[in-house]
Ligand binder design. Sequence first.
Ligand code: FAD
Ligand code: NAD
Length: 480
Amino acid sequence: MTDPSVNAEYDVVVIGAGPVGENVADRARAAGLSTAVVEVELIGGECSYWACMPSKALLRPVVARADARRVPGLSDAVQGPLDTAAVLARRDEYASHWKDDGQVAWLDGIGADIYRGRGRLTGTKTVSVTAPDGTEHRLTARHAVAVCTGSRAVVPDLPGIDGARPWTSREATSAKKVPGRLVIVGGGVVGVEMATVWQALGARVTMLIRGKGLLPKMEPFAGELVGQALTEAGADIRTGVSVAAVRRAVPDGPVTVELDGGEQVEADEILFATGRAPRTDDLGLETVGLEPGTWLTVDDSCRVDGTTWLYAVGDVNHRALLTHQGKYQARIAGAEIAARAAGVPLLETDRWGAHAATADHAAVPQVVFTDPEAASVGLTLAEAERAGHRVRAVDQDLAAVAGSGLYADGYRGRARMIVDLDRETLLGVTFVGPGIGELLHSATIAVAGEVPVDRLWHAVPAYPTISEVWLRLLEAYRDA
Ligand SMILES: Cc1cc2nc3c(=O)[nH]c(=O)nc-3n(C[C@H](O)[C@H](O)[C@H](O)COP(=O)(O)OP(=O)(O)OC[C@H]3O[C@@H](n4cnc5c(N)ncnc54)[C@H](O)[C@@H]3O)c2cc1C
Ligand SMILES: NC(=O)c1ccc[n+]([C@@H]2O[C@H](COP(=O)([O-])OP(=O)(O)OC[C@H]3O[C@@H](n4cnc5c(N)ncnc54)[C@H](O)[C@@H]3O)[C@@H](O)[C@H]2O)c1
């Protein structure tokens, strides 16, 4: 690793080395720009150590067992419990044992300089870094500063919360033992994925949902099918309830959760899966006229509104809190930084241009890795109608597809495509069912490519795969 000097000038300074900061640095280096990367915790960010990687490593055996249990001839062999120690050990491997040597080597390999410590803006194009030993580095950026500081879990400010030692997504993805009873507050993606894991590993899970159901940002049938499966797995899902207070009387004792109706629920751990807040509170935003603690508003190239040199990329701009989408933004922002540094006279900022993260508005894909999986891209029916599109929703029972029946006995699943009736292209697609995660990219291509429905007829799905749902959806649209 380079020995970072106290005062240094770079073409680009990146604050935050999560997946997004790493990709901004990669694009800047690929364009020959000197680049400093500042990181206060582990290079690799939330995704590598407390989010995507450990959560998916925990979910994989749960989903694989569920799939195997639906195949006669195999199911008898997989009726036993999961090997918890092996599941957690594999999770630890995928979280690189919470060490970042591999990612440090990768950043070194692309020729970026690493500064360990907290980065703060100190004015236009200047950043200070407070190293763990107290050394203060002052970095100046010739072209751009990219803020890629991500987000943190929000825990509501409830009576008793300080002494209750609640879990956030960090503890839920890195816990070393299975709690006997786990209360999960919130029914978004973190809530359902972590309920799936810990229920399967032996915890008795109670989900406390203040709204009507699970996965409220997806089509309603996604939350219904995932909720049905979680209930069958033994989880207790309570909707329309709010937490009024929490109390852990003794540090190693149980936690008591008081609901707004006065009812109490006792558990060993409580997970708040109640959304995210931007990591911008101690970032020096006030030195450049921005408000600390806020999400950073950007244009489609991820440049912060009202600036010519400051970029905010990934979770911190609140456009789409997903690793792949943040990395997409990083490729777009990196390309624009490079083009501006090279003095390219005309940037490609039109819709779907090289310097416009258009997919953030039109085609964000997401897979929820539960059993069944839920996957969507683009708009839901409700979102399309709210946006004023003239649309038709076409639904298909996934169980009616030959490939689904072969995949699993008793297959349960559903698909929906939203057709823009004026353009005859797709605005959104949702699949829910076992084994559909890998199907999503076909829908992403259809939506982002604005492929006409007439042309989709010529994209023939192989027989007998679950992909044949495309044929059934097109037939249902044609014959309605
Ligand atoms: C439990 C869970 C599971 C998830 N699963 C998925 C999934 O399966 N697929 C998916 O696409 N997304 C998933 N996500 C979302 C994904 O984790 C985020 O979208 C992604 O991590 C955002 O990347 P980022 O680089 O913007 O931020 P982060 O990964 O949060 O990285 C930001 C980095 O900046 C550093 N930093 C912050 N402030 C400073 C500072 N002042 N100075 C220096 N460094 C600083 C942080 O230490 C961190 O390393 C999941 C999230 C959670 C919580
Ligand atoms: N597989 C994946 O792609 C994946 C997995 C996990 C997380 N993520 C990303 O991480 C982000 C964070 O996930 P999340 O589940 O924490 O957030 P979320 O916004 O998806 O869900 C949070 C839920 O908590 C509820 N809530 C908020 N405050 C509450 C309160 N005080 N009491 C009760 N309920 C409350 C909200 O109504 C919401 O339904 C998401 O944007 C998601 O995209 C992605």
